[in-house]
Design a protein around this ligand. Structure first.
Ligand code: NAG
Ligand code: NAG
Ligand code: NAG
Ligand code: NAG
Ligand code: NAG
Ligand code: NAG
Ligand code: NAG
Ligand code: NAG
Ligand code: NAG
Length: 466
C-alpha cells in the first residue's frame, strides 16, 4: 500500500511553507536517465533539440553578420495544468486504494510519493525551489537560464547594439516567469525590460497568443478524423497492468493519463517510474496520436490555423523589413505551444501539404511532429544576416536550422531577402486573422502593435494562472 499522509481526502494541500524534497538518496542515480523517451511525450516533457538536424551551423556564415534576430519561445518545463493535475490525482488515488501489494511494472507504487505535492504548483514552471528533489535537471527555470546563455553565444552583439531591449511575455504567469528567468540568465550586462502583453481575448490582434483571441476556432472540428485512431495500445497497457495486479481495474483512459504523469513527473523530479510502464511501441502510438490530433486542432490540417498564425507572422515579416531602422535588434517573445504551432503553420516550415491519417503512421513522410516542434521550452528563431551587400533570412527551430523548402539558395541555406518577402506574401495571401477568427466578437483591437509601441505603452498586463 502507498503511504502518503498528505493526500487525505484526495485533496492536494495548498501548502503552508515550503515542501521539502523527499527523494531517497539512492534514487539519485536515476535522475536524467530517461532522455530517450522524452520525444514521445507530446511536448509535455522536458525540452530536447529538434531530432532531425541537417548539420547546418547556427552561427552566421563566414563573411556574414547578424542584423536582426527574432525569438518566439514557449514557456519552460512545468507542472500539469489544473485540469490535467486533477486527472492525474484521480488516477493516483485509484492506485493508492489498491489493497494488495503491487506487482510488475507498478511495483514502485508500494513505496512512492506522488510528485504533485502542492496545488499551487499546478500551471506553474518547475523551479529549483518547487522541484521534488535537489538535483532535478529539467526545471523550466534552469532551462530558461541556460537558453539565455546560449542566446548570448550567437547574439550578444545584437543586444549590445540597442540602448534597451524589450522581452515580451504573454500574461500567463508561467510564460512571464520564463521570460523573467531568461532575462536573469542574460546577466547584468544588458539593458532589458520585460513587457507583459495581455493574452485575454480582449487583447484582440495585439497579442502573442492569437489563439485566445480566436473565438471561431473549434478544436473539435475534426474529431471525426482523430477519434478513429486505435486505442488498442491503451487497452494493452491496462490489460497488462491489471493482469500483473489481480483486482486492479484500470481503464484505457487511465492508461492514457499515465503518459502525462510520466511527462510532468520528469519536469518536476527528473525521472519517473511510471515512464517505464510503457513499451516502445506504445510510446510511438501515443506520440503519433498526439501528432495527429494536433495536426487537425492547431496544425496544417485545420485551414483556419494559417489565419490564426498570420497575426504573428505578418508582424515578424514587418520587423525583418524594418531591421535597419528599428531601435532594437533582438525581438524576444514568450508564449504558449499552440501559438507557436500556429505561427509555424503560417510560415510553412513543416507543411508538405499531406494530410495525416488515423489509419496508419506515415513514418518516412511525416513532416509535422508536434512534440519535436513545441516541447516545453521550444524556441523558434528568425535570423536575418547580411553578407556583403545582400541580406538573408532563415529559421532555427529548437537548435536546428530548418531551411525553407523552396528557398535556401543563400549562404547557410538561407533565403535571399527579396525572395523571402515574396515567399511570405504568398503564405499570407488571403489570410485575415481578425476576420477568420471572428475576433470582432471579443475585441476591437485590429493590429499587433506591441513590438513597436512598448516604450510608450509599458505593457504590464495582470498575470493569469492559465
Ligand atoms: C507477481 O509477479 C511474479 C512474476 O511476474 C509472479 O510470479 C507472481 O505470482 C505475481 N504475484 C501476484 C500476487 O500476482
Ligand atoms: C536602459 O534603457 C533605458 C531606456 O532607454 C534608460 O532610461 C536607462 O538609463 C538604461 N539603463 C542602463 C543601465 O543603461
Ligand atoms: C461571430 O461572433 C458573433 C457574435 O458573437 C456570432 O454571432 C457569430 O456566429 C460568430 N461567427 C462565427 C463564424 O463564429
Ligand atoms: C470531418 O469533419 C469535417 C468538418 O466538419 C468535414 O469537413 C469532413 O468532411 C469530415 N471528414 C470525415 C472523414 O468525416
Ligand atoms: C472495472 O471497471 C469497469 C469500467 O470502469 C466496470 O464496468 C467494471 O464493473 C469494473 N470491474 C470490477 C471488477 O470492478
Ligand atoms: C501586417 O503588418 C503590417 C505592418 O505592420 C500592417 O500594416 C498590416 O496591417 C498587417 N496586416 C495584417 C493583416 O495584420
Ligand atoms: C556593395 O555596394 C557598393 C555600393 O553600391 C559597391 O560599391 C560594392 O562593390 C558592393 N559590394 C559588394 C561586395 O557587392
Ligand atoms: C472598443 O474597446 C474599448 C475598450 O475595451 C471600449 O471602451 C469600446 O467601447 C470598444 N468599442 C467598440 C466599438 O466595441
Ligand atoms: C500598469 O501600469 C499602469 C501605469 O503605470 C498602472 O496604472 C497599472 O496599474 C499597471 N497595471 C498592472 C496590472 O500592474
Amino acid at each position: 500500500m502507498v503511504g502518503a499522509a498528505i493526500f487525505l481526502l484526495g485533496a492536494i494541500p495548498a501548502c503552508l511553507g515550503a515542501v521539502l524534497p523527499k527523494n531517497k538518496p539512492d534514487d539519485m542515480h536515476l535522475v536524467g536517465t530517461q532522455k530517450d523517451i522524452i520525444p514521445y511525450l507530446a511536448g509535455a516533457g522536458p525540452y530536447f533539440s529538434y531530432p532531425v538536424n541537417y548539420g547546418i551551423p547556427i552561427e552566421a556564415p563566414d563573411q556574414c553578420e547578424f542584423r536582426q534576430v527574432q525569438l518566439i519561445g514557449r514557456h519552460g518545463e512545468r507542472y500539469p495544468t489544473t485540469n490535467s493535475g486533477k486527472k492525474l490525482l484521480k488516477l493516483y488515488n485509484t492506485l493508492r486504494k489498491y489493497p494488495n501489494k503491487f506487482n510488475g511494472s507498478l511495483e514502485f507504487m508500494n513505496d512512492y510519493e506522488f510528485f504533485i505535492r502542492d496545488q499551487n504548483d499546478l500551471q506553474m514552471e518547475t523551479t529549483l525551489s518547487n522541484s521534488v528533489n535537489f538535483v532535478n535537471p529539467y526545471t523550466g527555470q534552469a532551462d530558461a537560464t541556460a537558453h539565455a546563455r546560449k542566446f548570448l553565444v550567437y547574439y550578444n552583439e545584437l543586444l549590445n547594439a540597442a540602448e534597451q531591449t524589450a522581452v515580451f511575455a504573454a500574461s500567463s504567469e508561467r510564460v512571464h516567469d520564463t521570460a523573467q528567468y531568461f532575462i536573469e540568465g542574460l546577466g547584468d550586462n544588458y539593458n532589458m525590460t520585460l513587457q507583459t502583453v495581455s493574452e485575454e481575448p480582449s487583447a484582440g490582434a495585439n497579442t502573442i497568443s492569437a489563439g485566445n483571441s480566436c473565438p471561431a476556432w473549434d478544436e473539435d472540428l475534426y474529431s471525426n478524423i482523430t477519434d478513429a485512431y486505435t486505442t488498442k495500445y491503451l487497452e494493452d497497457i491496462a490489460y497488462r497492468l491489471n493482469g500483473e495486479n489481480p483486482g486492479l481495474n484500470l481503464s484505457s483512459s487511465d492508461a492514457y493519463n499515465m503518459f502525462a504523469w510520466c511527462a510532468y513527473e520528469l519536469n518536476a523530479r527528473g525521472y519517473s517510474e511510471i515512464c517505464d510502464v510503457f513499451k516502445k511501441e506504445e510510446l510511438i502510438h501515443y506520440s503519433y496520436y498526439n501528432d495527429l490530433t494536433s495536426f487537425y486542432q492547431d496544425g496544417p490540417g485545420y485551414p483556419m490555423i494559417k489565419a490564426a498564425g498570420s497575426n504573428l507572422f505578418n508582424a515578424s515579416v514587418a520587423l525583418l523589413q524594418q531591421s535597419e531602422s528599428l531601435p532594437q535588434r533582438a525581438y524576444i517573445a514568450f508564449t504558449h505551444d499552440t501559438d507557436i504551432l500556429n505561427y509555424l503553420v503560417t510560415i510553412g516550415l513543416f507543411d508538405d501539404g499531406k494530410m495525416l491519417s488515423a489509419n496508419s503512421t506515415p513514418f518516412r513522410e511525416q513532416a509535422f511532429h508536434r512534440s519535436w516542434q513545441v516541447p516545453q521550452g521550444a524556441r523558434v528563431y528568425t535570423q536575418k544576416y547580411t553578407c556583403g551587400n545582400d541580406s538573408y533570412v532563415r529559421y532555427v527551430v529548437n537548435d536546428a536550422v530548418i531551411p525553407i523548402e523552396t528557398c535556401s539558395s543563400g549562404p547557410g541555406f538561407s533565403c535571399p531577402e527579396k525572395e523571402f518577402y515574396a515567399y511570405a506574401t504568398e503564405r499570407l495571401q488571403g489570410q485575415n486573422f481578425f476576420q477568420a477568427c471572428n475576433t470582432s466578437s471579443v475585441s476591437n483591437v485590429t493590429d499587433l502593435t506591441f513590438f513597436w509601441d512598448w516604450e510608450e505603452k509599458h505593457y504590464n498586463a495582470t498575470l493569469l494562472k492559465q
